[in-house]
Design a protein around this ligand. Structure first.
Ligand code: WT7
Length: 657
């Protein structure tokens, strides 16, 4: 039983309600009454939020549901995400307000670089960059790839692309060549932006080398722009690669590029995420619905105000960064911190020093980060002043109550709202929160609390809604602004993966429980998807990476619990005949996968076996492996082809215990 489940019956009097808040607390019952109104008058509700954005042309139809599940929001409306995030503030009193406080990783007794960009600076940079992209002959609807470390050029290129109506696809800079190539091929990107390297834990990650390798497996990319970051020497291919600073020297300083009037339902970006089988799916997000959802959540969930300093510790390469580093905070004219490197480099208190130095007031972070800090010890926190913090949220995976309590005490000083926001790449923005509708509901450690206004969420099984306290599947019962347009290039898969299991509802792929107060407890993935340190990785992807190793014939991967990372992978491999199993080979396989997939692939162990539990039709029964791994009953194995395979897995465990 998970920690979450064991806490379900927490007596009401022990629910934690902070005393000194700006956000008003509300009784969950009262909130749910209001919430019901927003569901009953759903379109009116969303219209009222969307109206707060600036549209070049107002929409004619709020929701087009003529071809479900391919819903279109705010049809007929025209807007531009770059205009909303940059120009609007440039044209207001916020012109000289700091937008980005960027801190580089390198450190000699203090950060070596802190760069502050005002909305005026951002306006200039985005326009110059858009001017440059335009000079490549790119036009509306063309795709570009972005493979950059956490430097200001990353949001700038995203905003510049949006300005021109280009569809960008950002690839997390921790992914390796194959993953980058797959994504660029699928998207058909014409141009790729990268850097000469990125800083990570004091070392340079050679991004350009990875790009060179990836482009050997790609035909669509004709041009590469390279940002100078680390100064490392890189190979430049003539006619293909150019340095950004060389190109920029040709761009007038006061360049201005008229923002395209894109349609509300025009794609803003494609972001790849892992699924149960097959290659990662390109989730396509629209413009109008997406910006509307970000507006709602920045205002209500984060209670963002002009005096705040906001910091989301994610990487822009993931959806959290797209929504809550780039488009959300900038849409609202926030001042935000963007940090380049590892949160605990060079010392475990790097992140606390950032809070103190920049007086961060709103913090958005992850359970894995919190558990890492916990392990490093509270002295790293108590030596700093964190009293500027007034609101905290976490995201990415379930937060265990122990970690929640620890962070609530040390950083939240037992008095600030601290929630675990549930959402996913597909939803575009936050769906379930402790601060829905701009109110705080009493906090229960480990829960995700209540759906946002306008968002319909339920826990169901094949028979329908489950009773409160019972485990089921999480579904979203109404279309929402920010929902995917489709899976890029594969609309059938979009229907199949999300809309077929529970007709009429969006299937999220998570197990959940709803308690007697209506609070949601998201328990974890119900499919073959792992969450390693909050990063979403398909078991299938890791298996594909493993079998590319010349010594491996077959592989099965399952997730096993990990104290810090929440979950890590465990591999069972069958070696090719004649290959000797030994520790050296294990290390080599580990390195091989990290090099070929990316360092986010963390294996607890790699076991050598001669058989894998499979069904008669040849499908690997991961359920059986997981059961052995967690020492629980293996259940029905009548479809198993060869029972001896289970003993092999058992022995593999004994051997390494
Ligand atoms: C999966 C989506 C949303 C941005 C980061 C992850 C898990 C996410 C929580 C939370 C419990 C959570 C779910 C979900 N998840 N947030 N607060 N509590 N689980 O986006 O990579 O698309 O992953 O992350 O399992 O399905 P993603």
């Amino acid at each position: 039983m998970s920690n979450q489940e064991s806490e379900l019956n927490l007596p009401v009097k022990e629910k934690i309600v902070p005393e000194s808040l700006k956000t008003k607390t509300i009784d969950p019952k009262d909130y749910l009454t209001f919430h019901k109104l927003t569901l009953d008058n759903n379109l009116e509700f969303w219209e009222s939020i969307a109206k707060e954005l600036e549209w070049f042309k107002p929409w004619e139809r709020t929701l087009d549901s003529s071809n479900p599940p391919f819903y279109k929001w705010f049809v007929g409306g025209e807007l531009n995400a770059s205009y909303l995030a940059v120009d609007r503030h440039f044209r207001s009193w916020r012109r000289n307000k700091v937008a980005l406080i960027w801190e580089g990783e390198p450190w000699d007794s203090s950060p070596r670089e802190v760069r502050k960009l005002t909305y005026l600076d951002l306006f200039r940079e985005v326009n110059k960059t858009a001017y440059l992209l335009k000079s490549y002959g790119l036009k509306r609807g063309d795709k570009i790839g972005i493979y950059l470390p956490m430097i200001p050029e990353l949001p700038i290129f995203m905003l510049a692309a949006a300005r021109l109506g280009l569809i960008f696809s950002v690839v997390f800079s921790g992914f390796s060549a194959q993953a980058l190539a797959d994504r660029m091929n699928d998207a058909g990107a014409k141009l790729l932006i990268t850097a000469d390297g990125g800083w990570r834990r004091g070392k340079v990650v050679q991004l350009k080398e990875i790009v060179d390798k990836a482009l050997e497996m790609n035909k669509s990319i004709k041009d590469v722009i390279v940002v100078r970051r680390t100064g490392s020497e890189v190979r430049m291919e003539k006619g293909r690669d150019s340095f950004l600073h060389d190109l920029m020297s040709q761009v007038p300083n006061n360049a201005y590029v008229e923002p395209e009037r894109v349609k509300s339902e025009d794609p803003l970006y494609i972001l790849y995420t892992s699924g149960t089988t097959g290659k990662p799916k390109g989730i396509v997000h629209d413009t109008g619905g997406y910006m509307t959802l970000l507006h709602l959540t920045m205002r209500q969930v984060f209670d963002l105000r002009d005096e705040d300093v906001y910091w989301c510790t994610a990487d822009v390469g993931w959806v959290t960064g797209h929504s809550y580093i780039v488009f959300g905070p900038l849409l609202e004219g926030a001042t935000e911190v963007m940090y380049e490197g590892a949160l605990d480099y060079p010392e475990p208190d790097r992140w606390v020093s950032i809070i103190e130095r920049h007086q961060v007031s709103i913090l958005y972070t992850s359970p894995t980060a919190i558990r890492t800090f916990m392990r490093q010890g509270e002295r790293w926190i108590t030596k700093h002043d964190v009293s500027s913090i007034r609101l905290i949220h976490s995201v990415g995976e379930p937060i265990n109550p122990e970690a929640w309590r620890w962070f609530f005490k040390l950083v939240g000083r037992e008095q600030v709202p601290f929630g675990s926001t549930w959402w996913m790449t597909e939803t575009g923005g936050i769906m379930i929160s402790h601060t829905p509708g701009g109110y705080l509901v009493p906090m229960k450690p480990g829960t995700n609390a209540l759906p946002l206004p306008g968002i319909g969420a339920e826990v169901v099984n094949e028979e329908g809604k489950v009773k409160s306290g019972e485990k089921g599947y999480l579904v979203l019962t109404k279309p929402w602004p920010g929902m995917p347009l489709t899976i890029y290039g594969d609309p059938d898969r979009y229907v199949k993966v999300y809309w077929e299991k529970f007709p009429g509802a969006f299937y999220a792929g998570d197990y959940a429980i709803k308690d007697q107060d209506g609070y949601f407890w998201i328990l974890g993935r119900a499919d073959e998807v792992l969450k390693i340190a909050g990063h979403r990785i398909g078991t299938y992807e890791l298996e594909s990476a493993l079998i590319q190793h010349p010594s491996i014939a077959e592989a099965a991967v399952v997730g096993v619990p990990d104290q810090v990372r929440g979950e890590v992978a465990e591999a069972f491999v069958i070696l090719r005949s004649g290959v000797e199993p030994n520790q050296g080979l294990k290390d080599e396989i580990n390195r091989f996968v990290r090099d070929n997939f990316g360092p986010i692939a963390v294996f607890k162990d790699i076991h050598f076996v001669s058989k894998l539990p499979k069904t008669r039709s040849g499908k690997i029964m991961r359920r059986v492996i997981r059961a052995v791994a967690s020492n629980s009953p293996i259940g029905d194995v009548t479809t198993l082809e060869d029972e001896a395979s289970v003993d092999e897995i058992r022995n593999a465990y004994k051997e390494f215990m």
